[in-house]
Design a protein around this ligand. Structure first.
Ligand code: SF4
Length: 355
């Protein structure tokens, strides 16, 4: 089977960093970690090609080569996902889709004509898809409520990527988050019990990236890297040694909940492993909005003190803010700006909450 993996285009937004990428001579911030994990889970006797449409178009030769086209997308990639489904169908290919957007809104890709919907987590649903193909089926939807053990997930196929186009590589240690912020789809997709890989497994992934020649930043994509503090400390203790032995080839960034500031040992370990920036979901300094959205962990201590502790530990906070909470009082943006200035946050990102 010849499988062509296509990653649809992201429209330009505040988060796509086009201008910064021009300065560092790269085309895209991060690679499609989901698709290269899919390639690792599918039968390895299959042949794979990957086209990230944020880098370039699919060539006619690639369309012709493929028996099967697999697409993965987030909701912002909706338009190009639908376009690529149509293109693949016009060329008579088997079309399968998965990822967060089809998992959350399966009707859209189905209406666009995708034959197979491989939803939820691929460790469980991709084998169902392969079995369906082996039975000669030509369509199907594969779902599960089970959460796979990610310590069994194979090393992503980083070899399929065009390395020179990316600013950073992506790697994943855990899925899931113990908190319950009501606007967040992570806990819907991955659950509230963080599942982690083993330290040895993650080091193998890093070793693979190292062997392939990668020497730039690595983004630990976990939505909350410190969701399981015990396991993350076990990882960091081994990562610290690996980084020193390899002369610190990677600089890490990640995302964490603000309770990071309450754990000095954890912050120190991150700095020792060469973690640089950490994205914090501050959301708003308005306590009523934090209570309303069940972001209780942000109300337990002063957010200014929290940011200060993280900076003093040696990590650079990037803070995410949300405008548009239900019942938001007038002047929310001004209060956020005042907070960012008082807390001396170097990078603040804004997102507008939408239905
Ligand atoms: S802490 Fe972050 S990842 Fe966890 S539920 Fe809240 S918004 Fe989602």
């Amino acid at each position: 089977m010849r499988a062509l993996l296509i990653y649809p285009v992201f429209p330009p937004t505040f988060w796509s960093y086009e201008k910064i990428l021009e300065l560092v001579d790269r085309k895209v911030l991060l690679p499609p970690l989901g698709l290269i994990t899919v390639a690792a889970i599918l039968p390895q006797e299959w042949e794979f090609k990957l086209v990230d449409r944020n880098i370039r178009n699919v060539t006619e030769a690639e369309w012709e080569w493929a028996d099967l086209v697999i697409l993965s997308a987030m909701i912002v990639q909706k338009k190009d996902l639908i376009d690529q489904i149509h293109k693949a169908k016009r060329r008579g290919k088997i079309v399968a889709v998965g990822g967060p957007y089809p998992t959350s809104v399966p009707d859209d890709p189905q209406d666009a004509g995708a034959y197979f919907l491989i939803l939820d987590e691929g460790e469980i649903t991709l084998p169902m898809f392969v079995e369906a193909l082996q039975r000669g089926e030509t369509s199907g939807t594969f779902r599960t409520t089970e959460k796979p053990d990610v310590s069994q997930t194979p090393i992503p196929r980083y070899d399929l990527l065009e390395f020179d186009a990316y600013d950073s590589m992506s790697i994943q240690f855990s899925r899931g988050c113990p908190f319950q912020c009501e606007f967040c789809d992570i806990i819907v997709l991955y659950g509230r019990k963080p599942r982690t890989k083993t330290p040895a497994q993650l080091l193998k992934e890093l070793e693979y990236l190292y062997q392939l020649g990668w020497r730039r930043g690595v983004f630990m994509v976990d939505d909350n890297f410190i969701g399981n503090k015990r396991n993350v400390k076990l990882l960091l203790k081994e990562l610290k040694v690996w980084q020193a032995e390899h002369q610190y080839p990677f600089r890490f960034n990640t995302e964490a909940s603000v309770d990071l500031a309450a754990d000095q040992e954890l912050m120190d370990l991150m700095v020792e492993c060469n973690f640089d920036a950490v994205f914090l979901g501050i959301e708003t300094p308005d306590e009523e909005s934090l209570q309303l959205t069940k972001k209780f962990q942000n109300t337990r201590t002063s957010l200014t003190d929290t940011v200060d502790k993280i900076i003093r530990a040696g990590l650079r906070p990037m803070a995410g803010f949300i405008i548009g909470f239900d019942g938001e009082k007038k002047g929310a943006a001004s209060r956020i700006i005042k907070f960012v200035e008082e807390a001396a946050i170097p990078t603040a990102m804004f997102g507008m909450l939408q239905v």
